[in-house]
Design a protein around this ligand. Structure first.
Ligand code: HEC
Length: 127
């Protein structure tokens, strides 16, 4: 079997297509207009962080995916003292969660400073 090495062009095209799909928010299912608007309003840095960390694989703003919608999260933590601190722990300590009925370790954010993670949490809590 001849080995097929992907060309740079091919890799770039794939990356661009993937980026386009993410930008359109249509990774698995078409997202609702509300999701798109909310994401569009998020500062560009926050969108980049969430995409880079695959958060939208399991979460959307206004509808449940494998994880709760971020509006549900905002609702759950509304008026709770230390919502920020609790979510910071959630995102940085890889807690055990339930995913489709099975125990699973939650995605831990990568390559983000405390300030950046705080900004992401702040945004989620405004939804
Ligand atoms: C593989 C799927 C998956 C990925 C990827 C994922 N999450 Fe989650 N997330 C979940 C599930 C499932 C829950 C529900 C956990 C529970 O309540 O037990 C959850 C819960 C949460 C919560 C609520 C925690 C709470 O205390 O109620 C927040 C906030 C959250 N995720 C943010 C994120 C962010 C930000 C990212 C990207 C860094 C991310 N998630 C990536 C599946 C995922």
């Amino acid at each position: 079997m001849p080995k097929r090495t992907p060309t740079l062009r091919h890799l770039l095209t794939t990356a661009l297509l993937a980026a386009g799909a993410l930008l359109a928010g249509c990774q698995t299912a078409p997202s609702s207009p509300m999701d798109e608007k909310a994401v569009a309003r998020a500062p560009i840095e926050i969108q980049r962080m969430a995409r880079k960390n695959d958060c939208f694989k399991c979460h959307a703003v206004g509808r449940e995916k494998d994880g709760p919608s971020w509006q549900q999260v905002a609702e759950k933590y509304r008026d709770k003292p230390d919502a920020q601190g609790k979510l910071y722990t959630h995102l940085t300590t890889a807690p055990l969660i339930e995913l489709k009925g099975d125990p699973e370790i939650h995605k831990q954010v990568e390559d983000l400073s405390k300030t950046e993670i705080d900004a992401l949490i702040d945004w989620i809590l405004t939804l």
